[in-house]
Design a protein around this ligand. Structure first.
Ligand SMILES: CCCCCCCC/C=C\CCCCCCCC(=O)SCCNC(=O)CCNC(=O)[C@H](O)C(C)(C)COP(=O)(O)OP(=O)(O)OC[C@H]1O[C@@H](n2cnc3c(N)ncnc32)[C@H](O)[C@@H]1OP(=O)(O)O
Length: 213
């Protein structure tokens, strides 16, 4: 028992350190996107990064960190591409579940996410909205997989400025759940809107099956 507790403690310490590394990796990506150092310095940094990459590859997991319950009982997916604190690809988005229902997240895109000049790439906002819709659907008690996703781009989303994403379930019919989501500026002006149809796989109908893998 004591050994189990010690092992769990070690694992959480490793995850905390990995979270810090992931944040540093995000800083690195941002630095790469904006750097203007000379050729010799670019080559020197590339060499150092190659060496660091090999050190991380020395001991590997077979898959990204899984869906699981944290020691405090909350559900987490630290390897998630959108929300995963341990995944440098993730913003990470931090969705909250307001008492009024649905989901809400404040976020700030970075220059890394640029598509058109001064504007966040439409595929990046679609990815965020897919997750916000999915989180709203999960919050309603029936998690599902995206079946269809419709996006309407109404205004350019700037990076380096905070925006707000919200999502809400609009209809449920058997295993199908529809939801609406929007990314708006701080004044509430909608910039990108989304509608999604989520299908609950048969195997997820029994909540007892939605367990960590
Ligand atoms: C251990 C797991 C733990 C999970 C816990 C979750 C916790 C949540 C926490 C936090 C929130 C997370 C939020 C995540 C957000 C991100 C979500 C994504 O990006 S998901 C990735 C992209 N989507 C896919 O990869 C789907 C790929 N497609 C499939 O797997 C299947 O096609 C699936 C499950 C969508 C449907 O397969 P069938 O076999 O269950 O469906 P059939 O029986 O054929 O159809 C059922 C009904 O649905 C319609 N339908 C099926 N697919 C449709 C589609 N693509 N579009 C529209 N309708 C569709 C059919 O026409 C049918 O309708 P009729 O009953 O006849 O009226």
């Amino acid at each position: 028992m004591t050994t189990d507790l010690a092992a769990a403690h070690d694992e959480e310490a490793q995850l905390s350190a990995l979270e810090v590394l992931a944040q540093q990796a995000r800083e690195l990506v941002d630095a790469v996107v904006l750097t203007d150092v000379d050729v010799a310095e670019l080559a020197a940094v590339t060499g150092e990064l190659a060496a660091l990459t090999e050190r991380l590859r020395a001991v590997r997991r077979e898959t990204p960190l899984p869906h699981e319950f944290a020691p405090d009982g909350t559900f987490r997916h630290l390897g998630n591409a959108v929300t995963g604190a341990c995944n440098p690809h993730a913003l990470p988005l931090r969705p909250e579940r307001p008492p009024t229902g649905g989901t809400r997240a404040e976020l700030t895109f970075r220059p890394t996410h640029e598509g058109p000049p001064g504007t966040v790439h439409g595929g990046v906002t679609a990815m965020i909205l897919d997750h916000v819709l999915g989180d709203a659907v999960a919050a309603s008690g029936r998690p599902g997989m995206t079946g269809t996703l419709t996006i309407r781009y109404r205004g350019r989303i700037p990076y380096s400025e905070p925006v707000v994403a919200t999502g809400m379930v609009t209809r449920v019919e058997g295993r199908k759940t529809w939801a609406d989501a929007v990314i708006a500026d701080r004044e509430g002006t909608p910039l990108v809107e989304a509608t999604g149809l989520f299908i609950t796989p048969r195997g997820w109908l029994d909540p007892a099956n939605i367990r960590p893998q």
